[in-house]
Write a protein that binds this ligand. Structure first.
Ligand code: AQP
Length: 333
């Protein structure tokens, strides 16, 4: 690692990623890894907060590793690893739990939202999710965290916990900043544009997965919920059309004004097909590249193992400091 700032980001292997994950997170990483020391994690421990089928989860870990690589993560520049391979994450989460209060966690939007969606399994891990996320970030003395707007609240808690710990025990953690890309900060569900697009949505038509082929993508956009008038403009009264325009602009690089002008006088039908086409053109090559990586599990295992070795060295540097500060006796190795 050279003396560039540290950037950390993690994604859950809780399904095949959506274009929301791509626009909110993945697409930024390739550019950012040149200017920062990038640390990219597969947040497999976080995924367990919602019931998973073990064989599917295992497959999704490889899927995500391959997708990171297909989106341009270069392991000669950045660290790519699975969270569960570096036990310091769970260890630091325990320490941070001792300075975090239940009220701070129970008011989190994601906790409330997921509690509603998984009423049969509102477990402690679901509530504690942001503390584990804080541990992920703080372990690496991270300065920058690229996230979608949906994670802003969790990032705020990471900052609060860093400041709280530093005040209690002396300067230990860097206080991280968020990096939120403006155009594509929050991509909404195609079935309900007032909710964010999520890879674990039970309604497959609510999201575009990074694995969808062109026909599927266009079919899903055709079914996307919009409204009854026929104006293609961004407006709070038109959340469906606004969401589709955001997606179109994020994939083409056009501004809202340019896109609105382009679609002036056109109908929703043509507009939806046009959105589908730009999305498919962009994600098709990524899917093909991902499948190439997926066909070589041995290579993926070696990438993850090397990544974990590098991450572990950095993580234990911070964790030992934390253990010392709180008064634990370090193991003599
Ligand atoms: N709809 C979205 N728009 C923009 N960014 C998004 N992200 C997720 N959804 C959107 C960003 O993707 C990164 C990885 O997210 P995650 O998998 O760690 O957790 P999540 O935010 O809970 O993502 P999902 O897809 O909604 O997963 P499930 O369904 O399992 O809960 C984050 O940077 C996030 O901001």
């Amino acid at each position: 690692m050279d003396d560039k700032k540290i950037l950390f980001s993690a994604i859950q292997p809780s399904g095949i990623l959506t274009i929301g994950n791509y626009l909110g997170a993945l697409q930024n990483f390739k550019k950012l890894q040149d200017d920062y020391n990038g640390i990219f994690a597969i947040a497999d421990l976080h995924t367990l907060t919602v019931r998973q089928q073990p064989s599917v989860l295992r497959a999704n870990v490889y899927q995500l590793a391959a997708l990171y690589l297909a989106c341009g993560i270069d392991v000669s520049k950045s660290i790519l690893f699975a969270q569960s391979h570096v036990s310091a994450h769970a260890e630091l989460a325990w320490i941070l739990n001792t300075i975090c209060y239940p009220g701070e966690l129970s008011r989190m939007t994601q906790f409330k939202d997921k509690s509603k969606r998984h009423e049969d399994n509102i477990n402690m891990g679901l509530m504690d999710y942001p503390v584990l996320m804080a541990a992920d970030i703080l372990l690496y003395q991270t300065e920058l965290v690229p996230v979608g707007a949906d994670q802003k609240q969790h990032l705020e808690l990471s900052r609060d916990l860093a400041i709280r710990f530093n005040n209690l025990y002396g300067e230990t953690f860097k206080v991280p900043e968020g990096y939120i890309s403006k155009s594509s900060a929050r991509i909404m569900s195609l079935a309900d544009p007032t909710r964010k697009m999520s890879k674990s949505d039970a309604n497959l038509n609510a999201f575009i997965s990074m694995d969808d082929d062109k026909d599927t993508i266009i079919r899903k956009f055709k079914r996307a919920v919009t409204d009854s008038d026929n104006k293609i403009v961004v407006s709070p009264e038109k959340p469906g059309i606004s969401n589709l325009l955001s997606i179109y602009c994020a994939f083409t690089g056009l501004t809202f004004e340019q896109a609105q002008e382009y679609f002036e006088g056109k109908g929703y039908g043509d507009f939806k097909i046009a959105v589908g086409e730009v999305v498919a053109d962009k994600i098709d090559p990524i899917r093909l590249e991902k499948n190439k990586f997926l066909s070589d599990k041995q290579y993926l295992d070696s990438v993850l193992s090397e990544g974990a070795n590098k991450a572990e060295r950095l993580a234990y540097r911070t964790l030992n400091k934390v253990y010392k500060k709180v008064g634990l006796v370090l193991r003599n190795r």
